[in-house]
Design a protein around this ligand. Sequence first.
Ligand code: ATP
Ligand code: MG
Length: 731
Amino acid sequence: MIDKIEYLNELNSVQKEAVENIYGPSLVIAGAGSGKTRVLTYRIAHLLQQGVRPYSILALTFTNKAAREMKDRIAAIVGSKQAHNLWMGTFHSTFAKILRYEAEHLGFDSNFTIYDAQDSRNLFRSIIKEMQLDDKVYKPNEVQNRISSAKNNLVTANAYAQNAQIQKIDASVRRPRIFEIYKKYSQRCRQANAMDFDDLLLQTNLLFKTKPEILAKYQDKFKYILVDEYQDTNYSQYLIVKKLAENHKNVCVVGDDAQSIYSFRGAKIENILNFRNDYPNYKLYKLEQNYRSTQNIVNAANSIIHKNKGQIKKISFSDKEFGDKIKIIKALTDHEEGYIISNDIFETRMREHINYKGFAILYRTNAQSRIFEESLRKLNLPYKIYGGLSFYQRKEIKDLLAYYRMTTNPYDEEAIKRVINYPKRGIGATTINKLQEAATQNDSSMWEVITELTHRPYGLNTGTISKLMKFTNLISGFQSQLDKLTAFDLAKHIAESTGIIRELYNDRSPEGVSRHENIQELLNGIQEFTQNALEEGQELQLNNYLEDVALLTDQDNEKDEDRDKISLMTIHAAKGLEFPYLYIVGLEEELFPSQMATGTLPELEEERRLFYVALTRAEQKITLSFAKSRYKWGNMSYPRPSRFIGEIDESYVDFTYDQAPEFANNGNEYTSSETEYETPDEPSRFQKKRSFSTKPKLKQAGARIKRNNPLSDDPNFEPSNPALIQSGMVV
Ligand code: ATP
Ligand code: MG
């Protein structure tokens, strides 16, 4: 254990101040790599050293992995027992935990399912079909995005229906019936005892709004609140933090407006800017030294981000060596790009004696990973892909998980639909549609309809009814084991007795073999979960496992054997991470910046922030690459190199060949009227200033969840009596 003096010595003077001033609202606003996450981590350690109880500290991170790493660091400073009891995790996992405990106040059961994006999309698809709407007009993913955005702005289905302004917008895009879809979707989720990701935040807000006594108890409990990556919080998250911090006001948020890259999910930079309005007596800490990257990288990244209009003025410098200039690779084809980069990694590793984990390849879209996988495989270089079609999204995995979900929550409609006829038991689509219709008519769930078929057969013949009874008996059998078996024993029992393992085992095609292996892998994961839970004295039932799985993010499913591998991921997934050797690939117009995002200035600026995030992940060396030809949708395209390459100040780039005329948008048409927001400690309104001029010089360049009371870790806490509080809020 490091003693107090020692850990404070690992901070510079501003960081130390930010760590030691534990009372009142604090805003740390600073560029990438300046130690914002370090400040949060050490501040928590410091709080614990000052005698603050771990269960009264709430720390919200962007991924579960980030929370785990923070916890490990804190444990190294103050000991693992203290760190163990911290409330630390993503917004979604933290508030899912609270919602499970408070579910009945909202009309849900505590074992509610969390629908992932795919479940939610499937439900939208069914509803659009049932309403006989044209799915070319009511595209399920667009409807889903629109409703997600409504939820993140706390617009409930009823409010949506009543809002004339929204109606007008929907009508203008020929989708006047979205509000009906939203209402039906909400009803169906409720009947299925399910919440989607956005609901976790929306319902938390509704809980706090409608049950002040519940809000009060959490306000009292969380005496210290900390938030990482604050620039990417949406309105719903912002409001949760604001409400929880209302009494104690010991809230510390850290962020960088230049790294706000989730506006498509409703993130609002304004949350940073509003901080001082919400907490007029806040303290502002500006961290200016970048400890991550060489001078060349920091300077290059600064030269990019300064081209954006709207930003908070800040300084970012590095005291490290100057470092290598940014290398540019031009490939003739996308395959050649993969080949050159893989070779470069191979050679650099041999030359510099670096572990595989020191390398990362970042791309704009998941689809770009395939070519790199191929070329890395050819050279026998180990790699790990983050995100994309993750392990838990594979069909065989989702199928088995659907049985597990039904075991804990039989009302889960998406799960029922997946497994009611898998493995095949002769229940056809017509029957399923009938059951669905019956459920809709009766305002109930499919499970209720199925279990009451002996009384109300809905025109189904006895043969079909008996098949359905077998199915419900199977599920009920699993349910009866829920409290008796560990997660692993029950998971294995289900995989075997449903016949899934046998079915996959009998399929000897390469795909079948791989699916069988995946199921094995899933079971290994559940065994690991059970073992860990056992060792740590945590609850180890199947429902506890499922809660963990539902909330994994792209960065989270790293396994031990992945520790020394080259990382492949999208730039979005790389947020907060750092790698010595970084490759940013596919720097082509219409790929990066994305084709979807060059229509308006705000969109282009978000792409530029994304490029800034990418550059600032590097510690030692950056290589950028582009291809002169690339297959897109099965056709060959001939993209131009990205304007972003040309936007980096040429003195930080190593142009080893003359490609001056190639770069798109030389001189950058958007740089002529730069606008800065004042830092929030300066005069009260964000004045607009011109400070950057167009420079033609660029022209030539081209936690595991406990089912019991989440407040039980707090000896002073008295839970409110649920019986006193009415449930059944209508969303
Ligand atoms: P990002 O904006 O990318 O999330 P950040 O501001 O959160 O970055 P950190 O990840 O906390 O930055 O820190 C970047 C790197 O610099 C880390 O490796 C961290 O350990 C190191 N670092 C931060 N502060 C110091 C310090 N005072 N002395 C030495 N190293 C430091
Ligand atoms: Mg960070």
